[in-house]
Design a protein around this ligand. Structure first.
Ligand code: HEM
Length: 274
């Protein structure tokens, strides 16, 4: 079923006849239209593009809900830590795409390809530095965001599921750090990863299986780096992106928690009333 066409912008509607200017008493006169300016044309173009999209997706109510949803009084800078973590993740994704254009996940080529990015590729040192430091920034931000939700009591009913999704996001972010650390394939990254995987192997029940899975065998071998690379640039970021989607869906659906001091005031108020 076709939706009714959106109303025409006012400047395209026929102007009402003006006595004295459009023929006798304004009757039987040709309708006069105002000449649209360049700005009017641009606005109409944008409006009709949005109308075209909206007619096919029905997205307006969703976008309006997202942009105009109510937030509690007293929200402050601490509430931006989740978005800051999201920004860090996006920055990692973008810089990672550029690094993947030059990096070679092969034990004989990995170290050279990483050094080539730093020393020869245009802006390679900057992009590699952003990715390396960005990893640390993301981990710091995710812990601060988790601290904020914990101290503001945002893990309580009805947001427990979002907390659990957050914990999985934290583990996956740490796994990004582990799998990325091996990729430069210098002495430090190699031996640090050997130690980390051995620590994994000492875990109860699943530990040895997890370590074998990560190493792609009982020992570090030629395929280990390819496995770490596949996990680092495909599997884990894909999972993180999907879980961030679920996390933000719940944030929008449930709304954010009011700061605890406001909640405390409200409780006192209730007690007085009772
Ligand atoms: C990639 C990692 C993460 C991203 C991108 C992310 C993003 C966000 C954003 C944008 C919000 C709404 C604004 C805000 O309160 O800051 C939020 C809320 C929330 N996040 Fe995260 N988050 C992440 C990790 C975590 C972790 C590790 C936890 C806890 C273990 C967590 C638990 C929560 C909870 C419970 C809320 C609801 C807060 C409230 O209702 O006030 N998130 N998250």
């Amino acid at each position: 079923m076709r939706l009714p066409a959106p109303p025409r912008p006012r400047f395209l509607r026929p102007a009402p006849p003006r006595p004295g200017r459009n023929g006798a008493n304004g009757r039987n006169a040709a309708p006069e239209t105002q000449k649209p300016t360049a700005k009017d044309t641009a606005v109409e173009g944008a409006a009709s593009a949005i109308g075209w999209l909206d007619e096919r997706t029905g997205a307006t109510p969703f976008v309006r809900y997202m942009l105009y949803r109510k937030v509690p009084k007293g929200v402050n800078w601490f509430y931006t830590l989740g978005s800051a973590t999201l920004f860090a993740f996006l920055s990692q994704a973008v810089t990672g795409v550029f690094l993947a254009m030059y990096y070679e996940p092969d034990p004989t080529r990995a170290y050279e390809s990483a050094s080539r990015i730093t020393n020869e590729v245009f802006l390679g040192e900057l992009v590699r530095g952003m990715h390396r430091w960005g990893a640390t920034v993301m981990i710091v931000l995710i812990f601060l965001h988790m601290g904020r939700t914990f101290f503001f009591g945002a893990y309580k009913y009805p947001r427990e599921l979002n907390w659990v999704i957050g914990v999985v996001l934290l583990v996956l972010t740490l796994a990004m750090g582990l799998t990325g650390y091996l990729l430069p394939f210098d002495q430090r990254s190699f031996w640090a990863t050997v130690v980390a995987v051995n620590i994994n192997a000492s875990g109860p029940i699943v530990g040895p299986y997890l370590a074998d899975f990560l190493r792609a065998g009982a020992e570090f071998g030629p395929t280990t780096i390819a496995r770490f690379y596949a996990l680092h640039m495909l599997a884990i970021p894909g999972l993180i992106a999907a879980l961030i989607g679920a996390h933000l869906y719940l944030v929008v659906k449930l709304g954010v928690t009011a700061p605890p001091w406001l909640k405390a005031e409200k409780k006192d108020l209730l007690r007085e009333e009772i």
